[in-house]
Design a protein around this ligand. Structure first.
Ligand SMILES: Nc1ncnc2c1ncn2[C@@H]1O[C@H](COP(=O)(O)OP(=O)(O)OP(=O)(O)O)[C@@H](O)[C@H]1O
Length: 231
């Protein structure tokens, strides 16, 4: 099946490079946790992958198709979705209306609501009236409703208590089991590593670890060194 491949990506912002020579492959059915200190460049990497900002060097491919210079919309047509940090719901629309924005069929809306029984109960409520955690569910559900092959998720947990965020993780796992390739940027490092098979640590714009997520959980020293920039 098709993978998304990033090769030698460098991203510049303002004065200089914030991502340097990063390579990663997202394979169907797998979750990759992307972790690292504040300002390491995680958001910038996701933004360059989805076309929010340009890459200075390197390439992004979906299968054999190079998409490095494709627009955001063109990338999304090829199955690449990006849930940006702080992405909000359309508060004046109901939960159902939010989902219909991306779901191509009614069946797909029903499938997504099955994943989130909490939202099903509130399907006719204005999204603005939901709790922070429920609103994040709407954001996630809206992304799932489009059935992306590749999903980049940036700090879903922002503003949420760990216990609320924990509720979202099994749904992300289920979505990967249905075949999606997921890149998960997360401040709750251990929670992200707990659901991911693969992991990548970025520090000061460079990759300092790629490999098994389990290894980072089992060997905290390895995680610590990677955070400090020791490749
Ligand atoms: N719009 C921008 N213009 C200029 N520089 C930026 C911009 N956004 C981010 N940066 C800089 O790029 C570098 C990487 O930031 P980025 O947000 O990608 O890191 P991050 O790992 O996602 O951080 P955090 O975990 O704090 O969200 C930082 O030095 C930051 O100051």
């Amino acid at each position: 099946m098709t993978a998304l491949r990033v090769s030698g990506l460098t991203v510049s912002r303002g004065a200089g490079a914030v991502i340097r020579d990063v390579s990663v492959e997202l394979a169907p059915g797998r979750i990759t946790a992307l972790v690292g200190p504040n300002g390491a460049g995680k958001t910038s990497l996701l933004e360059a992958m989805s076309g929010v900002i340009p890459a200075a060097h390197g390439s992004v491919h979906i299968g054999q198709t190079e998409i490095t210079k494709h627009s955001r919309v063109a990338r999304s047509r090829l199955g690449l979705a990006h849930i940006e940090q702080g992405r909000a719901v359309f508060g004046g629309l109901t939960v159902l209306e939010n989902l219909r924005l991306t779901a191509r069929t009614r069946t797909r809306v029903d499938e997504v609501l099955e994943l989130f029984p909490e939202l099903d109960k509130r399907r006719d409520s204005a999204a603005a009236l939901l709790s922070g955690g429920e609103q994040q569910m709407v954001v996630l559900a809206r992304a799932f409703a489009a059935r992306p092959a590749f999903l980049l998720i940036d700090e879903m947990s922002l503003g949420l208590a760990p216990v609320v965020f924990t509720r979202l993780l099994p749904v992300i796992t289920r979505f990967a089991e249905e075949g999606a390739a997921i890149l998960l940027v997360e401040q709750f490092t251990h929670l992200a590593l707990g659901v991911a098979q693969d992991a990548m640590v970025v520090s000061s714009g460079r990759v300092t670890y790629t490999g098994s997520a389990r290894t980072l959980l089992d060997f905290p020293d390895t995680l610590h060194s990677a955070y400090l920039g020791e490749a």
